[in-house]
Design a protein around this ligand. Structure first.
Ligand SMILES: Cc1cc2nc3c(=O)[nH]c(=O)nc-3n(C[C@H](O)[C@H](O)[C@H](O)COP(=O)(O)O)c2cc1C
Length: 376
């Protein structure tokens, strides 16, 4: 019987399914619920020292549905980080570690470009008992106006500096969460890993405009007639997330062996998770999927991942992590391989047609068999 249990950066997880930072980890009550329902770990909604600056608007989501089935496959949000006070969060972290000592509790944190602030938030979260950190360097809306989130994540030099501040004081594992809104995901990844982070998470949401209302001519989500570009998530972003995870995992293999990757973006099933693991992820996060399906979706996800493992004879996640990475190559190599394969196939077909004894002549293939034996 295969097992989903895994140890990542010293954290012992019963399964690789992690609640991604966002509404599904937005307060102590829902985090406790996620542990009770069997999630491998929970990353809280991003917290900061001064929540009074965080002012959300309503509505703040926009969704894209399939024309036929009406299934939601794209989700834009203009939600900010947590608007709940830092002291409240610290109390909840402590209470959660008391009520769920085995539950792996990861603090998603974000601060302004200020060394003291970053080091203070790390120290105080550690005192409250969190097991590790995810640095939100990637929120694409709202926060960059204050030199936070993606404003840091899109600039590898600043990112590296902030990660170094954190690594100076953190005694728990640290993952830096990458923004996909860059041309080369390897650049911020290198910066974070060079600064000493144990791992990276990828991806945060993709900067987007979900659509324009053709009656009012106003873009969505419409807040008093106006909007601002938001972050895109859900099924539609999965191919982009998989590509970026592949690139990050390849970089880790080559230049940072031993570092870890937490993959996310559009995961809704165990099969989706299997793909992220095949491309090098150690854990797989789910955020929008929980908003669509509820906390219990982790149970079918675990079953689906286990049956994938059983089918292939994999006993542990290590048995297939990164197994699909060697099958990426350059386009010119694809052309070379295809030319060689076609030539080999043609030669094999010709060899097959060449009769070796007179009893092999057949009426139907007579002309082809004659051709195959002929020169010129
Ligand atoms: C409504 C909403 C709020 C989010 N808030 C945060 C956040 O506070 N911090 C963060 O790092 N990511 C946040 N995210 C991004 C998710 O954690 C995740 O990176 C992204 O949505 C892609 O994964 P998914 O398709 O599973 O949602 C949020 C996403 C959504 C949909």
């Amino acid at each position: 019987m295969p097992t989903l249990a895994t140890t990542v950066d010293g954290l012992k997880l019963p399964n690789p399914f992690v609640i991604g930072s966002g509404p599904p980890g937005t307060n102590g009550k829902v985090i406790a619920r996620a542990f009770d329902d069997g999630w491998g770990a929970v990353i809280c909604k991003t917290v900061s020292l001064d929540a009074s600056k965080v002012i959300n608007v309503q509505p703040r989501y926009g969704r894209l549905r399939s024309r036929e089935s009406q299934e939601i496959y794209g989700w834009e949000n203009i939600e900010l980080i947590s608007d709940r006070g830092f002291e409240t969060w610290l109390d909840e972290f402590k209470a959660l570690k008391d009520s769920h000592p085995e539950g792996v509790l990861i603090a998603s944190i974000m601060e302004e470009y200020n060394k003291n602030a970053w080091q203070e938030i790390v120290g105080r979260c550690e005192e409250a008992g969190v097991d590790s950190f995810e640095l939100n360097m990637s929120c694409p809306h709202g926060m960059p106006e204050r030199r936070m989130g993606a404003a840091v994540g899109e600039d590898p030099t600043t990112l590296e500096e902030v990660c170094r501040w954190v690594m100076e004081v953190a005694t728990k594992p640290v993952w830096a969460k990458m923004t996909p809104n860059v041309t080369h995901i390897e650049d911020p990844t290198t910066a974070a890993l060079r600064a000493g982070c144990q791992g990276v998470s990828a991806i945060n949401t993709i900067r987007s405009v979900i659509g324009v209302d053709l009656e009012t001519l106003r873009p969505e989500p419409n807040v008093e007639g106006y909007t601002t570009p938001g972050g895109y998530s859900s099924i539609a972003v999965r191919p982009i997330a998989l590509r970026m995870c592949m690139e990050i995992a390849t970089l880790i293999q080559k230049e940072f062996p031993g570092r870890t990757l937490s993959g996310l973006g559009g995961v809704e099933t165990g099969e989706d998770a299997a793909q992220f693991i095949l491309l090098g992820s150690h854990t797989v996060q789910v955020c929008t999927g929980v908003m669509k399906m509820g906390y219990r979706c982790v149970q079918p996800m675990c079953e689906q991942l286990l049956s994938f493992m059983e089918k292939h004879g994999f006993e542990t996640l290590d048995d297939f992590r990164g197994k699909s990475l060697p099958y990426f190559t350059t386009h010119s190599d694809l052309v070379r391989r295809q030319t060689e394969a076609r030539a080999a196939k043609k030669a094999a077909a010709e060899a097959k047609q060449m009769i070796k004894g007179d009893e092999e002549w057949t009426g139907d293939d007579f002309v082809d068999q004659s051709d195959a034996l002929a020169r010129g």
